[in-house]
Design a binder for this molecule. Structure first.
Ligand SMILES: [Zn+2]
Length: 290
């Protein structure tokens, strides 16, 4: 082999070596890029999972924080005052539906007097109208109807109490246009029935608000069932009548309030929930006669 031929072969070998080194480097860097991009993808997925889980936890806890319940006492029985220490224990404020004509009336001495009602108010509880004399509104003449609806509101106004929510006697009246018209004319913004249902603030009928009646037969399982589905704009309203030996035992009430506390329900008055929402959503535009 001539020197010239050797030199050509050597140069060729060197070129091949350089080329294979370039290819190796390219493959190496490519694999680094590939593995890096895989790592980035894995990391991104991981971050997404963490963010997703965190968001779910945040929205879950937000929904839990927004689970609102109203505790309502109908009729204004004196025995309802026995529930106050339990409400105080949990820092809960309730709504009391008072029959205006029964207050300070010797014929109705099992009902609260004005002093007791004012005390409730000063403690942050909500006082609303349960009409003048608890008659079934559907059976009344026009004059009697207006007396029950407007007359009670005027009595409360004389006491410095602005009642904008009416609680229907016997839970009846929410679907009656004559009654609904009289309520609107008297300045009420909402009215509550005893139709067993939760109330949706966004889509519900403010003059036929549903509620669950709690009695001495209500088990904690039944109680928790009433609360299922509460959250965001869906509110559960729980109604009590007589308390103690003639109605719901205070120990039973305490168990129920403890349940609300333990499961992070927020207890608000009907005034806080319904009227605040009405004001926000320009209620008058939506509230109409059927
Ligand atoms: Zn009643």
């Amino acid at each position: 082999m001539s020197l010239n031929t050797r030199s050509v072969k050597l140069r060729s070998s060197i070129r091949e070596l350089k080329l294979s080194e370039t290819v190796r480097q390219f493959r190496f860097s490519n694999s680094v890029i590939l593995s890096s991009s895989r790592a980035v993808r894995r990391a991104t997925l991981h971050v997404r999972l963490i963010v997703g889980n965190t968001m779910a936890k945040i929205s879950g806890s937000k929904a839990r924080r927004n689970r609102i319940v109203c505790v309502v006492f109908d009729d204004g029985w004196k025995s309802q005052l026995d529930a106050l220490p339990v409400l105080d224990q949990y820092g809960f404020k309730a709504t009391f539906g008072i029959i205006a004509g029964y207050v300070n009336n010797p014929l109705h001495n099992k009902y609260m007097n004005w002093q007791e009602i004012h005390n409730l108010r000063s403690q942050g509880h909500d006082i609303e109208s349960h009409t003048l004399s608890h008659k079934c509104l559907e059976k009344l003449t026009e004059t009697e109807l207006r007396k029950e609806i407007m007359g009670s509101r005027e009595i409360f106004q004389e006491q410095g109490i602005d009642t904008r929510i009416l609680i229907y006697p016997l839970g009846i009246g929410g679907k009656n246009n004559r009654i609904r018209q009289a309520l609107i004319e008297a300045g009420y913004l909402a009215a509550r029935t005893t139709i067993p249902s939760k109330f949706n603030l966004s889509s519900g009928d403010f003059l036929a608000v549903g509620a669950f009646e709690i009695n001495r037969e209500t088990t904690i399982k039944g109680f928790s069932k009433y609360l299922g589905g509460t959250g965001n704009s869906t509110v559960a309203i729980l109604v009590y009548h007589r308390m103690g030996p003639e109605g719901v035992a205070i120990s039973q009430f305490k168990t129920q309030m403890a349940y609300l506390c333990k499961h992070n329900f927020k207890v608000k008055t009907m005034k806080q929930v319904l009227l605040e929402f009405c004001e926000k959503k320009q209620y008058s535009q939506r509230n109409s006669i059927n």
